[in-house]
Design a protein around this ligand. Structure first.
Ligand SMILES: Cc1cc2nc3c(=O)[nH]c(=O)nc-3n(C[C@H](O)[C@H](O)[C@H](O)COP(=O)(O)OP(=O)(O)OC[C@H]3O[C@@H](n4cnc5c(N)ncnc54)[C@H](O)[C@@H]3O)c2cc1C
Ligand code: SF4
Ligand code: SF4
Length: 492
């Protein structure tokens, strides 16, 4: 069956299904994309576009004549989840999975669960105590019969694919081998330390995270003037992104300073206030009513901190202001954790240019990776507030529970196959280049030969294009089929 119409990305599964319903093997189907490749790109060249469409259809027919029936690949799933990171996102995901009846193993590298919330005082926008928020989660996780927690632990090795991962977890009592069907990455993010910026010394010039600790202990009542500087080390050439949560944190802490020392003057020097959400906007307004003052600065004329004073150019007044400051608080961004590359390479999942884990699709797959069976939530993905981290934890658990509940995964058979075993020399070149870890070298009676782990293979074609011996081929994209297409084109 050959259909010449629009993109296979959306319509191929539909037509394959129709073929199956009509009793034809769904892989005896070829789709020719004359919409994207002809009518769209050659809108102004109608005659030529029509000729090209004819070529493409002839090529599709030539290929279709050589198509072989294929069967979907089915593989069993170990009904256990491995969650990396025991912050609010990881704990939420773990509880959601365990409450659905699945075994969960939580791996936390610190000596206790809770992540960043262990270091925060009150939480915007509700001003609930962070330790109160996390305590209940930690206790429920700790006594849940389906959850095993390893603290001071880390992933040191992993092999396998969706449904059948074997993870090596280094713990205080040695390395544990865990079989798991799915993996959730919830490793959070770190706070950027502003060494050599604005006279940062951890005493008088501190970060918002350090201020959280002082606010928890109670501020010195003699605190008179506090100046906060936003976007320190963020939205610049090294870190071009907005860390999203820092404005909210600054406004929250400005309000808490006013609560503890009502007479204190609090100035926030900002580039843009990112107070997304109704509750955050209200906090911002409340803080102005309570006397917090906001001054806009530009990156071209950043504030300067010197001898207990902060000078800033006030763009609206058009003049330089000098502010007294017995405490300067720098709002620094969340940054990727130091071991992010290690985790990314082990699990073969990508990170973006800022070191945050990169989801499968920015709109349609925000909690998945292109690699099946690995999911993502919380600040590991991008700086998140708690509400977002919790929502993502629930979402990742929901996504991860799909293969767990089915007990098996069905994979499209358009994958790599060792079509010519004798040709393979077991050189391992294709193994090194496969982006999904879907190939391995095995010792056989005929010597070293490549083996395709069919469930892990995505049919990307890298291996078949790499193999100089033409040992590998891709189902539905064999050399013969591609050659037939070229012949059909040339023979017009
Ligand atoms: C100063 C400050 C104030 C904040 N105030 C607020 C607020 O008022 N309101 C609000 O909504 N949000 C606030 N936040 C944001 C909040 O902290 C985050 O939303 C939340 O911590 C995200 O949770 P998480 O689980 O994704 O990450 P984290 O809390 O960072 O937890 C990740 C966990 O993973 C562990 N881990 C890391 N790498 C590994 C590894 N390789 N293997 C195993 N474990 C690993 C870490 O040790 C950590 O325990 C604030 C953040 C900061 C920095
Ligand atoms: S399939 Fe080709 S590239 Fe891969 S191991 Fe065999 S000979 Fe080497
Ligand atoms: S087709 Fe792609 S995913 Fe499959 S084995 Fe080859 S390189 Fe790996």
């Amino acid at each position: 069956m050959v259909v010449a119409s629009c993109t296979p990305r959306t319509h191929e599964p539909l037509f394959r299904k129709s073929c199956a319903e009509a009793g034809l093997n769904p892989y005896l189907f070829e789709m020719v994309n004359i919409r994207d490749q002809c009518s769209w790109v050659h809108m102004q060249e109608r005659e030529d576009a029509t000729e090209k469409a004819k070529d493409l259809i002839r090529m599709g027919v030539a290929k279709a004549a050589l198509l072989e029936p294929q069967e979907p690949i089915i593989s069993e799933v170990t009904t256990r989840a491995l969650v990396l990171g025991g912050g609010i996102a990881g704990l939420t995901a773990s509880l959601a999975l365990a409450n659905r009846g699945y075994e969960v193993v939580v791996v936390e590298k610190e000596d206790r669960l809770g992540g960043m919330l262990n270091r925060i005082g009150k939480l915007a926008p509700t001003m609930m105590g962070a330790s109160q928020a996390i305590k209940r989660q930690i206790e429920t996780v700790a006594k849940h019969p389906k959850i095993t927690v390893f603290t001071k632990a880390k992933l040191v090795g992993i092999e396998g694919f969706i449904g059948k991962y074997k993870a090596d977890i280094e713990t205080e009592t040695g390395v544990k081998n865990i079989d798991t069907g799915v993996i959730v990455i919830a490793t959070g993010a770190a706070v950027f330390t502003p060494e050599e910026l604005y006279g940062y010394d951890g005493q008088r010039v501190i970060t918002q995270l350090e201020l959280e600790e002082r606010l928890r202990e109670g501020l010195d009542p003699s605190t008179k003037n506090v100046v906060m500087i936003q976007c320190v080390g963020a939205r610049n050439d090294q870190r071009p992104y907005c860390s999203r949560i820092c404005c909210q944190v600054a406004v929250k802490n400005a309000l808490l300073i006013k609560e503890q020392v009502p007479d204190a003057g609090v100035f926030v020097l900002y580039r843009d206030m990112q107070m997304y959400g109704v509750e955050n906007e209200k906090l911002y307004k409340d803080s102005k009513i309570k006397g917090v003052r906001y001054i806009n600065y530009t990156p071209e004329r950043p504030p300067e901190v010197k001898d207990g004073k902060v000078s800033v150019f006030h763009a609206l007044l058009g003049q330089e202001l000098e502010l007294e400051a017995d405490m300067v608080v720098l709002s620094t961004p969340l940054v990727a954790r130091a071991d992010v590359q290690e985790v990314s390479q082990m699990l073969r999942v990508p990170v973006d240019e800022n070191g945050f884990f990169l989801e499968g699709h920015v709109k349609l797959k925000p909690l998945d990776f292109a690699t099946d069976g690995v999911f993502l939530c919380g600040s590991a993905r991008y700086p998140a507030n708690i509400r977002e981290a919790v929502a993502q934890g629930l979402g990742a658990a929901s996504r991860a529970s799909i293969p767990l509940s089915k007990g098996s995964v069905v994979v499209e058979p358009i994958i790599s196959v060792l079509a010519n075993e004798d040709a393979c020399r077991g050189c391992g070149l294709c193994v090194d280049l496969c982006p999904y870890g879907a190939l391995e070298i095995r010792q056989t009676e005929k010597g070293r030969k490549v083996h395709v782990i069919d469930v892990a293979c995505k049919g990307c074609g890298v291996c078949a294009a790499t193999c100089y011996r033409h040992a590998l081929t891709i189902n539905c994209f064999t050399d013969e089929q591609l050659e037939a297409q070229i012949e059909a084109f040339l023979g017009r």
